[in-house]
Ligand binder design. Structure first.
Ligand SMILES: *[C@@H]1O[C@H](CO)[C@@H](O)[C@H](O)[C@H]1NC(C)=O
Ligand SMILES: *[C@@H]1O[C@H](CO)[C@@H](O)[C@H](O)[C@H]1NC(C)=O
Ligand SMILES: *[C@@H]1O[C@H](CO)[C@@H](O)[C@H](O)[C@H]1NC(C)=O
Ligand SMILES: *[C@@H]1O[C@H](CO)[C@@H](O)[C@H](O)[C@H]1NC(C)=O
Length: 499
């Protein structure tokens, strides 16, 4: 009948459309591939929007060193060729005067970390120092100096010689923390300590989360090689704001970690950000990553990139594992303990944020844009298949920790009442309802009452499990070690009884 005739014609048309789409997809894929090979700077869109990015124009690409031969040794020559354009695209470095320029113009040079994380025992085993019972290996003398022992492969440790692990550490070298041992990583049996640690980049945007920032810096100081910290002179809502963090760097507050901070200054507000706050939200992270990566020298393909919100603090042991081991897959998530207003209002479950990958994956799959990493859509990215092909591994996302093993902390709205007030009024315009638009929600005694009860701005009071500051992974160590100073985050300041 006419009807079936119609549907047959429609089917043919649909096939045509499908084929066209497929063709289009192929062309687009090819263009991306081609673009990658040409090493076209990923920064073009950005550099045209800001005069402050003029430095980036000098730096027309990313600074790649030839990666560890170890990294490529598993791959065939074809794959070498594929990455050649990427990895050897050394670019003219900016003038030395930038080293002494303003904070937001300086470059950062990554170096290999020579910390002896592994030691050699008398019996010849290579053991992770912190994870190994020292009494059993007390007589060992020779500490591995990685830079002097390039040929002593950790991987070749004598067969049968094992390390005696402390509680909480696993694997033949005692370097695998419980949060990895109990994670959903599918390649646990292939994990191997590296000869030279990866360098670790940790990127965040900062508003006024300075106490959590101190906690992050102390937690990760000896694991992270460089912190990208981005600050804007606009709030996420579009209002002007002073450069608080810059002031604190300049007045000495962060002298203990200043040498690891790459300060990023976002001096404009994205178009459309006022009406659609999600534009701002994304743009902050795009800018953070692209500006930061463009000012790094000596980057290697297998370095680690981790992007967090200021209120997400990864636990040290998980990040150190990424730094010291080969054989994990990517992208990497982190299961974080969730709490509100402080660590005392713990929420059920964990927050698992996809926040880590190698520098190679960041650039080849996520186009150098950290926001794309945080979205769970890596398999739709155009560079995904090529990258998977290049690494010779299947890319399987996994997460450090598990729903019952915290690998970090997500402390939401963790401020004194004044800080909560400030967060309310500077919040981006898109997360509705926007509580900062309600005058009565800005009342400090109202906010104190929320903190006291654990209630939310919509009038609900969620159910919380009991907490105890002595519990495992209650809060980052630095805060617990300075209990009095950070007491407002550790116990409820507005209840009569103990928090
Ligand atoms: C932010 O800084 C830029 C560059 O210094 C300046 O042009 C702009 O007016 C500033 N914006 C605000 C809101 O202060
Ligand atoms: C730096 O400035 C902050 C904020 O004004 C202040 O609290 C802090 O004490 C200052 N630190 C130093 C070392 O001057
Ligand atoms: C993967 O690489 C091989 C050569 O090593 C090549 O023949 C194949 O087409 C590539 N596949 C994809 C999806 O890029
Ligand atoms: C804040 O709320 C308290 C009690 O809810 C009220 O007494 C006080 O007047 C309010 N303050 C302001 C500035 O609105």
């Amino acid at each position: 009948m006419g009807r079936s005739h119609m549907s047959a014609r429609m089917r043919v048309r649909m096939y045509k459309v499908f084929l066209l789409c497929l063709l289009g997809f192929c062309v687009i894929s090819f263009l991306h591939y081609y673009k990658a090979l040409q090493n076209i700077p990923l920064l073009q869109e950005l550099s045209s929007t800001s005069s402050h990015l003029k430095t980036l124009k000098l730096v027309s690409g990313f600074f790649w060193n030839v990666p560890d031969t170890e990294f490529l040794s598993h791959h065939n020559n074809h794959k070498h060729d594929y990455l050649k354009g990427f990895l050897e695209a050394k670019v003219i470095l900016p003038d030395d005067t930038f080293q002494n320029g303003d904070l937001h113009e300086r470059t950062f040079i990554l170096h290999d970390d020579s910390t002896p994380f592994f030691i050699q025992t008398k019996s010849g085993a290579m053991c992770f120092q912190k994870g190994t019972k020292m009494s059993d290996t007390a007589s060992q003398r020779s500490i591995l100096q990685q830079q002097h022992h390039q040929h002593d492969s950790i991987n070749e440790g004598k067969k049968g010689v094992k390390c005696a692990c402390r509680q909480g550490w696993h694997g033949p070298h005692c370097g695998i923390p419980t949060i990895v041992q109990h994670s959903d990583l599918s390649t646990k049996s292939k994990l191997m300590p590296r000869k030279v640690p990866r360098r670790v980049i940790n990127a965040i945007n900062i508003n006024h989360e300075f106490d959590l920032l101190h906690a992050r810096f102390h937690e990760l100081a000896d694991v992270v090689d460089v912190f990208f910290v981005c600050e804007s002179n606009f709030t996420a809502y579009g209002d002007p704001r002073p450069l608080y963090f810059r002031q604190l760097i300049l007045n000495g507050t962060f002298d203990y970690i200043k040498h690891k901070i790459l300060y990023i200054f976002l001096d404009h507000f994205p178009n459309g950000g006022r009406s659609d706050g999600w534009i701002t939200d994304d743009y902050l992270r795009t800018y953070l990553t692209k500006n930061g990566m463009s000012r790094i020298q000596g980057l290697k393909a297998d370095d680690v990139f981790i992007i967090d919100d200021a209120d997400e603090i990864p636990a040290r042991d998980g990040i150190l594992f990424l730094k010291l081991y080969d054989g994990w897959t990517e992208p990497v998530g982190i299961h974080m303990r969730k709490s509100l207003y402080g660590f005392y209002w713990r929420q059920f479950g964990t927050l698992n944020v996809l926040s880590g990958c190698t520098a190679a994956m960041l650039l080849m799959v996520y186009k150098g844009d950290g926001i794309l990493l945080r979205r769970r859509s890596y398999y739709t990215m155009s560079g995904f298949r090529e990258y998977e092909n290049f690494t010779g591994r299947i890319l399987v996302p996994w997460a450090i920790g598990s729903p019952v093993h915290y690998a970090g902390w997500h402390c939401s709205w963790c401020f004194k009442p004044e800080g909560i007030y400030y967060k309310l009024i500077s919040a981006q315009n898109g997360d509705f309802p926007r509580w900062g638009d309600y005058k009565e929600k800005q009342n400090l005694s109202y906010i104190q009452e929320l903190i006291r009860t654990g209630g939310w701005f919509d009038g609900t009071v969620p159910d919380y499990p009991p907490t105890d500051p002595k519990e495992h992974m209650y809060a980052p160590k630095y805060l617990l070690d300075n209990y009095e100073k950070y007491g407002y985050l550790l116990k409820n300041a507005y209840t009569k009884e103990k928090g």
